[in-house]
Design a protein. Structure first.
Length: 427
């Protein structure tokens, strides 16, 4: 087991530092940046995607002071800062620490926790206590400092939304008193008391690290089949009774609109996950007037708990729409995603963001994700249309879980490409 780093003030960041794992864990953080063609990149982990308005101000200050001025949302409800200069050194870490966004230098890349963004707002149980306790437990465990930047916890409010994301450890609320614990993509779940859910999730992660010690696996799905089976069996021996519950095939976003349920909330999506400074300020100011909380979603959107009435919510959505955010399901940008592409990424074969914009039309039944290379960074889960740039054009395929339909290749013809993508999304 790897020893934890001292839980002390963050040290100055480095770019592309070595990892103790074979092959190297290249996931960026805030203490170790990733070098990209548009400058260095920092990834700020936000458990559950939850931010206070003051913390949102701090992130914007970091983006404007050190980076390109924009906030880039990820498929795990985190924020990336791009265009950073390596000279920002410890100043970025100090800023984030002062804002409460970097509670542990040793665990900053291990704090990957997604949560149902509407939990507690639509009549379902609140996940706030789970989020707070799990993040505290992860940061307090010397063992979990060895988790890779890819390992993922998911807290599902009973919606099935983040249960479908394929996390390594998932906890699902079952009413107010019970919870289900899932390991990886296993259909077998274990019933546990809701009050014990965060500690059960921590124990499962620590058990994974013991199971992965020989293979060097970064995630549960990377374990050899027999080791993964034994891991589930070992966790089951100390957890509650087991039952069968198939993981949902499609991870569903809350969708742009509002208000929801008994407590009003606004939900907006962000075109290609990139927020300008003006858009970020507008969202932050809206949140500050209504309780001061923002929730970034794993679908590159933002949910704001909203204390106003329906008329006030409609006015707020209108203002957000005028600012370029997605506030209605019939927006041409609904369901459209893309990696950073050229010129930000040297591995990308094309400017997929520009291509995605040129192909935008009527919203389709299925989401579409454009990737500049076969790595497909940030791609969605469940069922979606996969568009990948290739040396001979673009390859389009229909993905359903682990299954991929036969690919169609469209050579360099923007009109034909747009038509082919629209046809695929309408399936």
């Amino acid at each position: 087991m790897l020893a934890a780093m001292p839980d002390s003030a963050p040290s100055p960041l480095s770019v592309g530092g070595a990892s103790s794992r074979a092959g190297g864990d290249a996931c960026p953080g805030t203490l170790r940046l990733h070098r990209a063609d548009d400058g260095a990149l920092a990834r700020v982990r936000l458990p559950g995607g939850v931010l206070s308005a003051d913390q949102a101000d701090a992130l914007l200050a970091a983006a404007e002071r050190f980076g390109d001025g924009d906030l880039h949302l990820t498929s795990r409800g985190n924020v990336q800062l791009r265009g950073l200069g390596t000279e920002c050194g410890g100043a970025l870490a100090d800023l984030l620490t002062d804002a409460g966004l970097l509670p542990s230098a040793a665990h900053e890349r291990a704090r990957n926790i997604v949560a149902s963004p509407l939990a507690g707002l639509d009549g379902s149980p609140s996940l706030a206590a789970w989020l707070t306790e799990l993040d505290h437990l992860v940061c307090a465990s010397p063992a979990t400092a060895a988790l890779s930047g890819r390992f993922l916890f998911a807290l599902d409010g009973g919606h099935g939304d983040v249960d479908a994301l394929g996390a390594d450890v998932t906890v699902i609320a079952e009413g107010r008193s019970d919870a289900l614990l899932r390991i990886g993509a296993a259909d077998e779940v274990f019933r546990i008391p809701a009050a014990e859910a965060p500690r059960a999730a921590l124990r499962a992660a620590e058990a994974f690290l013991r199971a992965a010690s020989d293979s060097g696996a970064w995630r549960v799905k990377d374990l050899p089949d027999d080791v993964r089976t034994e891991l589930v069996r070992a966790i089951g021996s100390v957890a509650g009774p087991s039952e069968h519950r198939t993981r949902p095939r499609t991870a569903k976003a809350p969708g742009p609109a509002g208000p929801f349920g008994s407590t009003a909330a606004l939900s907006v999506d962000v075109p290609l996950g990139r927020l300008t400074a003006a858009q970020w300020r507008l969202l932050t100011d809206t949140a500050r007037r209504h309780g001061g909380e923002l929730r970034l979603t794993p679908w590159r959107g933002v949910v704001i708990p909203f204390g106003g009435g329906r008329a006030e919510a409609a006015d707020a959505l209108r203002t957000l729409s005028e600012a370029g955010l997605i506030t209605a399901p019939d927006s041409p940008w609904t369901g459209v995603g893309a990696c950073i592409g050229r010129p930000g990424c040297a591995k990308s074969l094309s400017d997929v963001r520009a291509e995605a914009g040129a192909a935008v039309g009527a919203p389709g039944r299925l989401p579409v994700y454009w990737s500049g290379c076969e790595r497909r960074c940030g791609h969605p889960h469940g069922e979606w249309i996969d568009v990948v740039a290739a040396p001979d054009g673009h390859r389009i395929s229909h993905v359903r879980g682990e299954r991929r339909d036969a690919r169609t290749t469209v050579r360099n013809d923007p009109a034909r490409l747009a038509a082919a993508v629209a046809e695929a999304r309408a399936l």
